[in-house]
Design a protein around this ligand. Structure first.
Ligand SMILES: [Zn+2]
Length: 345
């Protein structure tokens, strides 16, 4: 994220320049000619400060400002296009090389993670996969269900009349019709945002859970919105939640440190989010069948990343992939539980 800091510095630098400037008898090109670092004051020996890393000469011109901006963007872009294909095709190499020290070459796992979270929620909101300010979906769902239920009841009643005329028994149909009418009543209640609370939450249930359930039933849309907010705000939780499971894959190993697992998990989760983004885009363009194939991508990706990153043989990589997919469901479930609790709170 150093790029953003650079842009931030450029902004403050520019503002300072316009505030202090006019009577500074320097060259018009806006160059500064320093012998000491402008940022930390250390004596300069090269093109960069040996102490803090800032460029020796900074520009106090709009051109310099745009230059900083472009350099920041291009630097990010360059790294991005170097990191992304590797994340997709050789995630383990990326992980291993990053751990081994090739840090400046790639986008750091956490930057990529935050970028993916941001992009995922932006895309999902845009495609309407999450109905944040488009509340209708839930209502429309219940309405559709009510219409279908009514049609089904009408069909059964017609059949009942026919059977009755033909002298057949209609006991079974009566039971079915009664059940369908009951369901219709529930759907109608849901549609109006009311649900018989006593139906699913008993008196023995702790008060706080009952309160939360009642709240959700009163306003399911608000719950969805709150869950979404919580999911984006606490998305980082997935990383620490996954770490114990990563450790379990290599228990008591001295070869791998917690840092290595953190890099692994963070890159892996970033990829999974990119996958969600891709799936969302495919569904949006009515390529649902293609999107369904992405379902197989996570275990394959995990296998490849495990095998390359930890230099495993095929067999031990497969075994660990099976464990890791199981762990992923558990970690995902834990995360979902936390987010749901936060959404209902
Ligand atoms: Zn410095």
């Amino acid at each position: 994220m150093g790029e953003f800091e650079a842009i931030g510095d450029a902004v403050t630098g520019g503002m300072l320049a316009s505030a202090v400037e006019p009577s500074h008898g320097r060259a018009d090109d806006g160059h500064t000619h320093e012998t000491n670092c402008l940022n930390c004051g250390a004596p300069l020996t090269g093109t960069y400060c040996a102490n803090c890393g800032q460029k020796a000469h900074v520009h106090r011109s709009l051109r310099g400002f745009m230059g900083d901006f472009l350099a920041g963007v291009l630097n990010f872009e360059g790294k991005f296009w170097r990191t992304l294909p590797m994340l997709a095709w050789c995630p383990g190499d990326l992980t291993r090389r990053y751990i081994a020290g090739e840090r400046a070459r790639f986008i750091s796992p956490i930057a990529l993670y935050l970028f993916s979270v941001f992009l995922m929620f932006a895309v999902l909101n845009f495609t309407g996969a999450l109905g944040s300010d488009s509340h209708p979906p839930i209502h429309v769902g219940f309405e559709q269900a009510a219409v279908e239920q009514k049609a089904e009841i009408a069909r059964l009643e017609k059949k009942r009349a026919r059977d009755l005329a033909a002298g057949k028994k209609v006991d079974n149909l009566d039971v079915k019709i009664a059940k369908d009418k009951e369901d219709l009543a529930s759907i109608e209640k849901l549609r109006q945002g009311k649900l018989p609370v006593e139906a699913d939450v008993g008196d023995e249930t702790p008060k706080w859970i009952r309160g939360a359930v009642e709240k959700v039933q009163k306003n399911p849309e608000l719950f969805v919105t709150n869950m979404q907010d919580a999911a984006s705000k606490y998305s980082w939780l997935l990383i620490p939640l996954s770490l114990p499971f990563m450790w379990l894959l290599f228990p008591f190993s001295r070869k791998y440190r917690l840092y290595d697992h953190t890099v692994f998990v963070t890159y892996s989760l970033s990829f999974m989010m990119m996958l969600v983004i891709l799936a969302g885009a495919l569904v949006e363009f009515n390529m649902t069948a293609v999107a369904a194939f992405l379902f197989f991508a996570p275990p394959i990706h995990m296998y490849r990343q495990l095998k390359q990153a930890y230099q495993l043989g095929r067999f031990s990589a497969i075994v660990r992939t099976i464990f890791l997919t199981t762990f992923a469901f558990i970690a995902g479930g834990l995360f979902f539980a936390v987010v749901a609790a936060l959404g209902a709170a």
